[in-house]
Ligand binder design. Sequence first.
Ligand SMILES: *Cc1c(COP(=O)(O)O)cnc(C)c1O
Length: 424
Amino acid sequence: MHRFSFKHNELYCEDVPVRTIAQAVGTPFYLYSVGTFLDHYRKLKEAFKAAKPLICFSMKANSNLTVLSALVRSGSGLDIVSGGELFRAKKTGVDPKKIVFASVGKTREEIEEAIGCGILMFNVESAAELEVLNDVAGKLKTLQKIAIRLNPDVAPDTHHYITTGGKANKFGLDRDTAYQLFASAARYPHLRFSGVHIHIGSQITDAKPFIKAIRRSLDFIDAVRAIGCPVESMNIGGGLGIIYSKEKPQTAREFAGAVLPLFKKHNVGKDLKLILEPGRFVSGNSGILVTKVLYRKSAPTKSFLIVDAGMNDLIRPAFYGAYHEIVPVVKVKKRGALRNTDVVGPICESGDFLAKDRKMALSRAGDLLAVMSCGAYGFVMSSNYNSRPRVPEIVVRGKKFFTARRRETREDLVRLETIVEEVL
Ligand SMILES: *Cc1c(COP(=O)(O)O)cnc(C)c1O
């Protein structure tokens, strides 16, 4: 459930009409329901309560500081993938012992910084990375906890750009290599091999691939414990699917119901710490992108709605062929038959569309449209392509709305540039 709903034919975010916000801040803009972020986080926490998990919100899905701070205040940890995300994480005041750091390409500088602030754990993706980690931890005179990211070789049914746990994938380590690393843990005296990590992909609507991957991981944990490695934690990653259109994803409770029994003999919560890293599940349906119709035009087979948001603001349709529902912010009756419509942006690319071949009521110039389910991988993937200032992020809590990130100005676009006289 999310808190975007129609009252009297008008779209509300929590208790605020979206139209009111559009009048105040202009379009386009991202709009987040803070209540929805917290609801989704709490749902997962509640479903897994018996295991007392550490839930680390995967901040690459939405790294807005207000959103992150709200989650952190509610007890969430953070899953980071870069030094930039660590910098943002620190701004939220999150307990560093609730930060986990994954990435196939952590630099030495990022590793130094993260060890320096005392993060809980690194999710390690290669043997070469272990060398650097061990070296830095030694220089900083710490014993750093690490988890090995296991590639469990499962291929969930999702877009090929967002599966990460197949054996041809760049992520994680195959079982044999991972086993060898645990067996040679003594070679890394400054690291404590304390966990196993998996993350098999994203937008996975069904528990089966998770079950398969977790079974394989638990077998793996048994195998390395048998050779004397005291594994303390199992991180099952993120990847939970959400509803964009007609998906019927597992609920948090169903997911927990499928997953927790697998841990029965591992005494999860006591002998084995459970970690989760949801991104999309918490944030996807917690945000929308609001845009205005600039023009409409007809071609022989379809209508085009040209709107003021483009692929630089929301790249998911172009990048992943992603579907986002698009609804009018104010529903108007008697606009005639539904038409085959493309909703497109102003950018000079054929890939610049938000929707293709939709049956939509005819909109007019000036109408507001809401692109739904944009809270994950929306703003964070936006760019300045075509010298378009990035749009603001507005947050709603109850009856009030606030600007959490202001709209970029034209000056912001050129702030970092110099005209180099010497080359003219
Ligand atoms: C992206 C990512 C996540 C979050 O994925 P979602 O599909 O958004 O839940 C979790 N863990 C890791 C390591 C990731 O890279």
